[in-house]
Design a protein around this ligand. Structure first.
Ligand SMILES: [Zn+2]
Length: 499
């Protein structure tokens, strides 16, 4: 086995030592960032929830219900005892235990049976009728009430649903150590000596930030070897999860009612700043000043969008998400225009807009009056496209307003991080992509014995965390752009952090 490289950790505290590829490590193949697993022939890992939880169940129950020190002591006793009996051809998964003769089985479980708490925990297995080796479990362990058994099963499976949790890692360590110590499946070389010592003395030796991921990847390799393509395992897994589903209830959480946030102060502040913006708009004559109109127009449109975000409960709704996306786009465009300070670009932005007005107008007037949507006023479109010259002279640009896309404009303006932070998440809601549907209309059944399946929410819900804080930060960024283009402009939002 190759010694794993020291992997760079993630900055996020929850995910810092997760076995995940960094986005920069994914290869771009014809516009698709391809998973490293998909470039390895037969490289698909065996599913932890589908396959490992049913087969590692007895150990999972101990890890989820006993203090950790006791669990690790008992796990050690199991693989060490199996090694003294030279059980090199058998394993200790739920499906393999029947292959170990009863005397050896009692011997490797002896420490567990001597521990009353551990014995009670494994007695919960007698609740399930799908398990192999019923005779061993029935005769060696006790019978608990259904409620007691379900409680133990739920606690055990719950903490191991995440294949990288502490409890899952401990269980994976047990099965890995069984392969190494009892089955002697690892060839000892000087290259792996340090790693092996870390495994033997787990969790007391080595840097756990690298030891834990190493345990998980080594266990996954053995699991793939032992489980893949095994029809007996597949059938057992199906039976296990079906019995759990049939005999335990769905646990659907009640929707959380969002705390009422008082947006009144923020609305007053927004209105005050808006008035300052309008007062800052200086006119010496009646001429059209394309840069000024685009800058102020963008800022004032952003204010209108912002006031809608903080109206009613929009900041908790899809409306708030979509409006925030609009703010993001306004900011990137204005940042780009400010960065370039190219007179022709302000002109292009404007001309593109009136070209669109003309295009919509010309298409619309080919139709009967009653075929037009109620919200559209074609006379307005005619006026907008005619304001600064004869409409017949205006071109219609069918592409993007400056021949680049929003992402490229963000990169050129030095705000790619801003684009990455917001755009894909927000756009998923506008486009009705799966992530948005999942978050909005489905919830998760919290019974871990149901594999965290999804169920429809009983009623349309106010569905997201409030977007008002990010919206207000973007408003302040926009006000800074106003300051850069028409200095000085000092007012900024200050209330949003206090809501
Ligand atoms: Zn359920």
């Amino acid at each position: 086995m190759k010694k794993p490289k020291n992997k760079k950790q993630f900055k996020n505290s929850t995910f810092k030592d997760y076995n995940l590829s960094h986005i920069s490590d994914l290869k771009n193949q014809s516009g698709k960032l391809v998973s490293g697993w998909n470039s390895i022939p037969n490289g698909k890992p065996v599913s932890w929830i589908e396959n490992a939880i049913p087969n590692y169940l007895w150990a999972i129950l101990l890890a989820g219900n006993l203090p950790r020190e006791n669990t690790l002591h008992l796990f050690r006793s199991v693989f060490n005892r199996a090694a003294t009996r030279h059980l090199t051809d058998s394993s200790i998964t739920m499906l393999d235990l029947p292959n170990i003769n009863p005397d050896d089985k009692l011997y490797i479980f002896e420490e567990i049976l001597k521990d009353p708490a551990a014995k009670r925990i494994l007695s919960a297995l007698n609740f399930l009728s799908c398990l192999p080796d019923k005779v061993f479990w029935n005769t060696t362990f006790d019978t608990l009430s259904d409620d007691e058994s379900i409680d133990i099963l739920i606690k055990g499976v719950y903490v191991s649903l995440d294949h990288q949790s502490q409890e899952s890692t401990d269980v994976r360590w047990l099965f890995l150590m069984y392969e190494i110590i009892a089955k002697q499946k690892m060839i000892l070389t000087s290259e792996v000596a340090d790693m092996l010592q870390n495994f033997l003395e787990y969790p007391n030796k080595g840097d756990m930030r690298s030891v834990r991921p190493m345990i998980r990847s080594a266990e996954m390799a053995f699991r793939a070897m032992n489980f893949e393509g095994n029809e007996k395992i597949r059938q057992f897994n199906i039976a296990f999860w079906k019995e759990c589903f049939d005999r335990t209830p769905c646990l659907v959480p009640k929707p959380i009612i969002q705390n009422k946030i008082n947006f009144q102060d923020l609305a007053v502040e927004a209105t005050d700043i808006y008035l300052n913006v309008v007062n800052n708009f200086k006119m010496n004559n009646s001429d059209f000043d394309v840069k000024r109109e685009v800058v102020y127009g963008s800022i004032m449109y952003a204010f209108t969008v912002y006031l809608e975000i903080i109206s009613y409960k929009n900041s908790f709704r899809i409306a708030g998400i979509n409006l925030l996306r609009t703010l993001v786009e306004i900011y990137i465009n204005l940042k780009y225009l400010t960065h370039k300070q190219d007179a022709t670009l302000w002109e292009k932005f404007y001309k593109y807009g009136i070209g669109k007005c003309k295009q919509i107008l010309l298409k619309s007037i080919e139709k009967e009056d009653n075929e037009l949507p109620e919200y559209m006023n074609v006379e307005n479109l005619y006026n907008y496209a005619s304001e600064n010259g004869w409409i017949e002279m205006q071109d219609i640009d069918l592409g993007d307003w400056c021949k680049t896309n929003l992402r490229d404009r963000a990169i050129e303006s030095g705000i790619k991080d801003f684009y990455d932070k917001h755009y894909d998440f927000l756009s998923a809601f506008s486009h009705g992509q799966w992530g948005a549907l999942r978050q909005t209309v489905f919830t998760t059944c919290m019974n871990p014995l149901h594999k965290l399946h999804i169920v429809p929410k009983p009623a349309p819900a106010i569905c997201v965390e409030s977007v008002h804080i990010e919206a207000t930060k973007i408003m302040n960024l926009l006000l800074e752009l106003l300051n850069q283009n028409y200095s000085p402009f000092k007012p900024r939002f200050k209330k949003h952090d206090q809501t």
